[in-house]
Write a protein of this length. Sequence first.
Length: 375
Amino acid sequence: MQRRTFLAGLGAVAFSGAVWQEAALASTRAGASPYGPLGAPDGNGVALPSGFSSRVVARSGRLVGGTLWHPAPDGGACFADGSGWIYVSNSEIPLAGGASAIKFRADGSIERAYRILSGTNLNCAGGRTPWNTWLSCEEIFRGKVYETDPYGNRGPQQRPAMGKFKHEAAACDPDRRVVYLTEDESDGCFYRFVPAVWGDLSSGRLDVLCSTASGGVEWRPVPDATPGVFQTQTRHQVSAARHFDGGEGCHYSGGVCYFTAKGDRKVWAFDAARMTLSHVYDGGGSLDGVDNITGVASGDLYVAEDGGNMEINIITPDGVVAPVLRLDGQSQSEITGPAFSPDGTRLYFSSQRGTSGERAGTGGITYEVTGPFRH
């Protein structure tokens, strides 16, 4: 497969935040990865730059830390835990989806693993909160959001006020005290949930991003966030709502919520301070199957591919996009759940179907890559 190391078709972009500045975006150009070229695949089938290494931490259906690791691992996040940390992962299978967690010691060894959510449906990208809970999102018709405890001390809670629709990802904006939500439909919407009390997601208002007569965007309330089966669904209740083809991952940083749409093949950027919507990548040929997305304080974005040639690509603040890793021999899978350890030196992610390519996700593999990441 061809390696792709260029950024094409960058749209007109307006950003706030310390690193993504208009001047930097104006100089967007083709370029190589800041980590250097990828080498040959290692023993785990992972092609990495020099100075990086990989290990497999879990396989679907096999024991890890005393617990069977779930099939079809999807969205994930890391949480600090004393001198160690926890990696949480969703399971995108029907009826028995849910989420699991792996607890790591300070030296990176695995202490234990455990379930934090069970009996839910097609739990997809999800998102973490500033108060250290994990939002596990159901990607089904009238799907729900479950707030879970990555530390395993409290039971999960349904959050119906956040809407019943085909949920994909969630990203918290602590500056405006809202949660952004994506919807995986061919005409899906981009939402924000405004809690009645920040830190408590049990009640609040669901808004949908809409177009204005002047060509801008604005938020409007969704009249019924929990419609019945035969009632008008959330994405069709407000006629001015903006629609996106297959909403996927989202990540908030520095006043901007970045979210992907696989059908649009775009990485969108909603500037919450300026109330503008634009994109940092428009599907011009560099990334295939844009899916889960994360980022670090330096301003780098990391976008995982659903299919394509199974890469995680970096988009730097100066506009370079390039692969930072590639999985070999897994063309029937997708990369999911990219998340950095609290110290930024380890990147966790999964191949949802692994080398088997089985839709049930029984061949899922969860990896750790260690190296000199920019953070």
